[in-house]
Write a protein that binds this ligand. Structure first.
Ligand SMILES: Nc1ncnc2c1ncn2[C@@H]1O[C@H](COP(=O)(O)OP(=O)(O)O)[C@@H](O)[C@H]1O
Ligand SMILES: [Mg+2]
Length: 287
């Protein structure tokens, strides 16, 4: 499957939100859409989901124009917005049955799918409980299960792991990356480490501009030999925070991680780059 986005432009008033976006997305692996808050991720996903019309540009799904014919996209789409719909009085099963009915699934089909999705997301013991009794992470998992009902061929999930505990993140990542083998799956996040292990393709967005598309490995390549770490005494205040990728307090002092072509000081050691370092280098690099 192929989703081709051509010269996509969108503004709200006199503010450019999506600035001439050109990308091609394929099935075969999870696609990570990353970028800081306000980058335009949710807006781009809403345009792809045909909820929002762009000012100009085209989107083709397997060669078919989905801005002219949004039904083509809607027929194959599972979309989870950033603000997950929430029906507190329904049980998880009732909610999923309701969504299944909206999607036009038959009773028998939906019963089977709901069972298997609840199992996949470790919710099989709480299917009869009301959503009002669920934790945020459980609700989020129900939301993703609802998105996957009807086996959509294009799955778009907008910041699905925000506020989840590490185990819940792993569950969601694994289910989605398995589905991405033969579907187009796009996951957006502003937490790069969330998709470090699973995305096979990345799109980095900032201020409505695509700064990078490609594999995580190629992105890491951009900062090879350029990530350094040094330790400051715990009572020292780090100064000159330019190009600092992270600062963390540890038992032996303050660990400062810096992106720089050459060693920032004599105690700094060269370390393995992480995706977070590479995306920072890109995001800070060019405006
Ligand atoms: N309905 C809207 N009207 C005006 N501005 C909007 C609207 N929705 C989003 N924006 C603006 O568009 C930009 C991108 O927002 P968004 O797509 O939500 O970014 P992200 O999902 O990457 O955090 C932000 O500056 C936001 O304030
Ligand atoms: Mg968003």
């Amino acid at each position: 499957m192929e989703l081709k986005i051509k010269n996509l432009y969108l503004n709200f008033g006199n503010k450019t939100i999506l600035n001439n976006i050109n990308i091609v997305l394929n099935s075969g692996g999870l696609i990570g859409l990353i970028g800081p808050n306000g980058a335009g991720k949710s807006t781009l996903l809403r345009v792809i989901a045909t909820i929002l019309k762009p000012k100009s540009g085209e989107i083709y799904l397997n060669g078919e124009d989905i801005i002219k014919n949004p039904q083509i996209m809607r027929n194959s789409l599972g979309y989870l917005p950033q603000q997950v719909p929430y029906y507190p009085h329904l049980s998880a099963v009732d909610y999923l049955q309701y969504i299944a009915a909206l999607k036009g699934l038959s009773g028998r089909k939906s019963k089977k799918q709901i069972e298997s999705l609840l199992f996949k997301f470790h919710l099989d013991n709480v299917g009869k409980k009301r959503l009002s009794e669920f934790s945020g992470g459980m609700r989020q998992r129900v939301g993703i299960a609802a998105t996957l009902l009807g086996d959509p061929k294009i799955i778009i999930v907008d910041e699905p792991t925000a506020g989840l505990d590490p185990m819940e993140r792993v569950t969601i990542r694994n289910v989605l990356s398995e589905m991405a083998i033969n579907r187009i799956v796009i996951l957006s996040t502003h937490i790069i480490s969330d998709i470090e292990a699973v995305a096979t393709n990345l799109v980095v967005l900032k201020s409505g501009n695509v700064l990078y598309t490609g594999s995580p490995a190629q992105l890491l390549q951009k900062v090879s030999n350029s990530v350094w770490e040094y330790i400051l005494p715990s009572n020292e205040v780090p100064k000159n925070l330019e190009n600092v990728s992270s600062i963390s307090q540890a038992a032996d002092g303050i660990h400062v991680r810096v992106i720089s072509k050459s060693a920032p000081n004599v105690t700094a050691i060269n370390v393995m780059p992480r995706l977070e370092d590479a995306s920072l280098a890109i995001l800070e690099g060019g405006d």
